[in-house]
Design a protein around this ligand. Structure first.
Ligand SMILES: Nc1ncnc2c1ncn2[C@@H]1O[C@H](COP(=O)(O)OP(=O)(O)OP(=O)(O)O)[C@@H](O)[C@H]1O
Ligand SMILES: [Mg+2]
Length: 341
């Protein structure tokens, strides 16, 4: 049967969109989805292979397909390098055909993360990896320095490097307030579809990954590696994310944050005590609006709630605390402590 150009495009688009999740069964699912024969599917697969969009691995009897990836690697001495120069000299020429909003996000994330290596990592070396396929773009920025979670732990006198992740999620933490404002990771982790930081045994998962965990433990990796992924057809606008958290009239920096309270639970604790609450609310007074997201938190203790929703709010009436995704138990506990104001 001869298909119209539009139908052929549809079949190919289906295969491109589904190959990553179905590497071994691409032929089968395409046959089933369009009710077409195997030879027809093979014809279009072969065209996609010829166009270097997908590639075949494995044997002819059990083929496995994947999107063709172009991988580029750079290694720089961390000595008098400048992030914007690296971007325009090495990366931007490879991304000429990207949509302008996606290019802008990549430039922002790249320059922010490279600047972090230059200014904070104490690493001799900077590694960059760019991976491009038909649908996605991945940028990885790595160093062999002191490690981001360790650095924040030391600077803030925290007990465990895990606790650094909460501080990164809040935003406005910087080791160097004279020269920095603690914005880079806050915004970069919110504009990419996937944002991960690996350092030593910890991994921080950014906000694009809706139902993912926020951190876990893994094998030891020295230094810091930041991994950012975005779909080439993403419609995210950097400006929209800035506008959501920052008000140009309320300089300096952004005034609003949103914190997944669940992060504290991942540290392995029930949320009961005043000291935990104090750690959660530390640096809240740098914002005018704080949204506490209770997703994944079943209950909180009376002392924890009292410290935040009575003691803190009485002391800081100018910080507007909002809560979202509360369970009934959490909501009742907040009401209980607020009734004794
Ligand atoms: N590669 C790294 N190695 C070690 N520490 C890091 C690294 N990247 C970031 N950090 C730590 O994380 C903090 C937060 O980084 P972030 O980019 O969010 O803010 P900043 O660089 O301090 O300020 P800004 O990005 O607004 O200039 C840094 O101040 C530093 O303590
Ligand atoms: Mg930075």
């Amino acid at each position: 049967m001869k298909f119209t150009k539009e139908v052929v495009e549809m079949i190919k688009t289906f295969m491109i969109n589904n190959v990553s999740d179905n590497p071994n069964t691409l032929t089968l699912i395409t046959c089933n989805h369009f009710q077409i024969t195997k030879p027809t599917v093979y014809k279009y697969i072969n065209e996609l292979i010829k166009d270097r969009i997908i590639e075949k691995l494995g044997s002819n009897r059990s083929p496995k397909y994947q999107l063709v990836e172009s991988v580029y690697n750079w290694k720089y001495e961390n000595d008098h390098i400048e992030e914007d120069i690296l971007w325009s000299k090495d990366i931007a020429p490879l991304l000429k055909n990207l949509k302008s909003n996606v290019k802008e996000i990549c430039q922002y994330g790249f320059t922010e993360m490279v600047n972090n290596v230059i200014d904070h990592s104490e690493s001799d070396i900077l590694f960059i990896q760019l991976t491009v396929d038909y649908l996605n773009l991945k940028i990885q920025v790595s160093d062999s320095g002191i490690g981001i979670f360790e650095k924040i732990k030391t600077d803030l006198g925290l007990e465990h490097p895990k606790q650094s992740i909460l501080e990164l999620a809040k935003g406005k933490f910087t080791s160097d307030p004279e020269n920095h404002s603690g914005e880079g990771i806050f915004f970069t982790s919110r504009v990419f579809d996937t944002f991960l930081i690996f350092s030593h045994q910890l991994r921080f998962v950014g906000f694009g990954n809706d139902d993912g965990f926020l951190f876990d433990e893994r094998s030891d990796l020295p230094g810091t590696t930041v991994h950012m992924e975005i779909k080439k057809n993403s419609s995210t606008l950097l400006k929209e994310i800035f506008d959501e958290y920052a008000d140009p009239d309320k300089n300096p920096s952004f005034h609003k944050t949103r914190i997944p309270v669940e992060l504290m639970q991942h540290e392995g604790e029930s949320l009961l005590s005043r000291s935990q609450a104090k750690r959660l609310i530390s640096r809240f007074d740098r914002f005018t609006e704080v949204i506490l997201d209770f997703k994944g938190v079943a209950q909180i203790g009376q002392a924890f709630a009292d410290q935040i929703f009575r003691v803190f709010t009485n002391k800081h009436p100018d910080v507007h605390l909002r809560t979202v995704n509360k369970s009934v138990d959490v909501e009742n506990m907040i009401k209980r402590v607020q009734s004794t104001k």
